[in-house]
Design a protein around this ligand. Structure first.
Ligand code: SAH
Length: 350
């Protein structure tokens, strides 16, 4: 088996380099090319001799994704469809914000969590992504940008449940955040989970990263209806784990709340959310359900959504009503399916 250099830590790369009979400095040199030079082939490593490049090609890999399609939304949100080497598809979404970009990466092909409102859930889990496949999404997209330095934020909110692919995700975080890796600030990298409690506790001990939690309901019955994971880890267990989660300096835990018309959008739900989150450093992101034909749920009226936000604010919570971006190209929350179809293809730099 060839070594996946984009998924290995510096120490592992050093050990590997040594096992190849190469001097230790090669590890840093390789990582420089991968994470700063954003290369996808050994051929592009121009300060490495041809002989060594072909030796490396025999023993290691640095190309994991084939860019199958790119779609640009009216609001400039860009969705990348990548094909994995075994034929599965994943999607990665580049979101323009004021002055910078956020990249939404996938952690699994498909998802096993079965949330009722989410399109990715419909296809079930195909497989976990490797750490290299996760990091390579960032490398591919950054390469395609005119101003790559504007990509400052990463969110693990694409396809899959990151904490169900714990080891690969933690490895990927290491290479995204470390200075000699891609050097993203741990303040601008956010992992979002549906609420896998044991892994949340483990993550808190192991990695410094922002946490987002998909809450989506204020009582166990509704949450279990929308998110089967709640049958295993109830709201009480979840919130207790979150109270213990070590939070970076003055940061907050983001709670995502998909408003579903007539299901979780009543006044009493909003009041209960406030009670539930008492004692956590919480920020609530409200998002109206993005509908699609395969899901028999609908968004609330705009007035209902505003009222829900008002109630939370009345309880002194920070609550933001998020506008969905990229809806016209199915790039919005819960719309990623990795479907390969015909659509607008864009070439060149974005
Ligand atoms: N599995 C992780 C990462 C995916 S994040 C998690 O659950 O957090 C995807 C986010 O999109 C989640 O907050 C989810 O609640 C939200 N989402 C899923 N389907 C949606 C839909 N149809 N409309 C709006 N938001 C949706």
């Amino acid at each position: 088996m060839k070594a996946d250099l984009k998924g290995m830590s510096l120490e592992e790369t050093e050990a590997w380099v040594e096992a190849q009979g190469l001097p230790a400095y090669r590890a840093k040199q390789l990582r420089q090319w991968l994470f700063k030079g954003l290369v996808n082939s050994f051929k592009d490593m121009t300060n490495i001799s041809k002989g060594l490049r072909s030796q490396l090609e025999e023993t290691a890999r640095v190309d994991h994704l084939v860019q199958a399609r790119t779609q640009v939304s009216k609001d400039r949100t860009t969705k990348y469809l990548f094909e994995l080497e075994d034929g599965h598809f994943i999607e990665t979404v580049l979101i323009p914000e004021r002055g910078h970009f956020t990249l939404c990466v996938s952690s699994q092909a498909g998802c096993a969590m079965g949330c009722r409102f989410c399109l990715t859930a419909k296809q079930g889990l195909k497989r976990n992504l490797t750490a290299a496949e996760i990091v390579d999404q960032v490398i591919h997209v950054k390469r395609s940008m005119i101003e790559p330095d504007r990509l400052t934020n990463i969110v693990f909110m694409g396809m899959g449940e990151p904490l169900a692919n714990y080891n690969a995700v933690v490895r990927a975080l290491g290479n995204l955040i470390s200075e000699e890796g891609m050097n993203f600030s741990h303040r601008t990298v956010t992992l979002s989970t549906c609420g896998l409690v044991p892994q949340i506790k483990r993550l808190g001990r192991q990695v410094r990263v922002n946490l987002a939690v998909s809450l989506n309901a204020s009582d166990d019955e509704t949450r279990s209806f929308l998110m089967p994971v709640n049958r295993k880890y109830s709201l009480k267990t979840l919130v207790e784990a979150l109270k213990e989660f070590p939070i970076l300096n003055r940061r907050m835990i983001t709670f995502e709340y998909v408003l579903v018309g007539g299901i979780n959008d009543r006044d009493e739900d909003a009041h209960r959310v406030a009670t539930l989150l008492k004692g956590t450093r919480a920020k609530v992101n409200l998002i109206a359900l993005n509908p699609h034909p395969d899901v028999d749920l609908s968004p609330p009226s705009p007035e209902r959504a505003l009222r829900f936000q008002e109630i939370l604010i009345g309880h002194h919570l920070t609550a933001i009503l998020r506008k969905s971006k990229g809806q016209d190209i199915s790039a919005a929350c819960g719309q990623l399916s990795g479907a390969s179809g015909q659509s607008s293809v864009v070439r060149g730099k974005l």
